[in-house]
Design a protein around this ligand. Structure first.
Ligand code: SF4
Length: 322
């Protein structure tokens, strides 16, 4: 299995969907992409956690249900964007949205209006402008590479950004938000590992924030990729999204958080869903999310407990719920 599923035809032929005009409309709004590794994990989990994977990556008619409260920029990035690809919302840290491409297109994505072919990878002149901004803003302690998924880029392309950041004295910490180590672990190549290790060797703290939502996403190759990253001195922490029908139960969350720790990843954030368009079928009410995290705290080792976070719409920032 080495081909990506990128179209409704792919999903019809795998019997993951039946043809309908509603689903065609949904697919026109937001692209489809399922990596070969996730296809294999689905095949392995048939009868078990199959639905938890399918629900994350295969479109459903429910996506056509757009509520008035849902927004195309739910966390308000645009308001805080002083340069292309840059979001500077908090004083000491800024985002660099370096690419809008991903290895999978998650149906619940809070940036679904911007990622995929609707966006693109930052051009060299825009990257230079972003670096100019970071250089000029001495209050910045950390730059966070996000997207899209920054690790879809080649090591050579990533090096253009990372090497430039290393040269900025006041930037002490570089963070990369990614789903790649579990979704497409073959992209954690020696070339990439060498690059990441060189950032650590040059005196910067390097953190990978792994996005994973279910223990069944962790293939043997994913586990090896995470170990390889740890061996190169990269700090690994996680972010997950609390998703109805995927991980909204105590046994599933317990399994996920323990799997993260077993692979050297500290559970960090569990996010409540943002108000992205067509995602209400994934929403778990706040009270239920708080109860789940409190129950987790009572039943598992403290190192397995993430913070439950909600993003206040339109750029007002994060709030800790539990
Ligand atoms: S990998 Fe991240 S940015 Fe890409 S679709 Fe999934 S949640 Fe969105």
């Amino acid at each position: 299995m080495s081909r990506y599923w990128t179209s409704l035809e792919d999903l019809y032929s795998e019997n993951l969907l039946t043809e309908s005009s509603e689903i065609e409309t949904v697919a026109r709004e937001f692209q489809i992409k399922v990596s070969p590794t996730m296809q294999a994990q689905m095949a392995d989990s048939k009868g078990g956690d199959y639905d938890a994977l399918v629900r994350q990556f295969v479109p459903s008619k429910e996506e056509a249900n757009i509520l008035p409260s849902e927004l195309d920029d739910p966390i308000g990035d645009r308001r805080f964007s002083p340069a292309p690809g840059v979001v500077h919302r908090y004083e000491d840290r800024a985002l660099l949205k370096i690419t809008q491409l991903c290895e999978v297109y998650c149906r619940f994505c809070f940036r679904k209006e911007m990622i995929g072919q609707k966006g693109e990878t930052l051009s060299k002149p825009d990257l230079a402008l972003a670096m100019e901004y970071f250089r000029a803003h001495k209050e910045l302690w950390e730059v966070i590479l996000t997207g899209g998924d920054p690790l879809v880029l080649s090591a050579r392309r990533l090096a253009e950004a990372l090497d430039a950041l290393v040269e900025i004295d006041h930037i002490k910490s570089i963070r990369i938000h990614t789903r790649i180590p579990v979704i497409s672990p073959e992209k954690i190549t020696d070339e990439l590992l060498n690059l990441l290790e060189s950032i650590v060797d040059r005196g910067k703290a390097l953190t990978i924030v792994l996005h994973a939502n279910h223990a069944s996403e962790f293939s043997l190759s994913a586990r090896k990729a995470l170990l390889a990253l740890r061996k190169r001195g990269v700090l690994l922490i996680s972010q997950s999204v609390l998703l109805k029908g995927v991980n909204d139960s105590l046994p599933v969350l317990t399994d996920l958080m323990r799997t993260l720790i077993e692979n050297g990843v500290k559970p960090y954030y569990l996010h409540q869903m943002d108000l992205a368009r067509g995602t209400s079928h994934f929403v778990v009410e706040n009270e239920r999310g708080i109860a789940l995290v409190n129950a987790l705290r009572e039943s598992v080792s403290g190192i397995c407990v993430p913070r439950l976070i909600i993003e206040i719409p339109e750029g007002e920032g994060k709030r800790v719920l539990a």
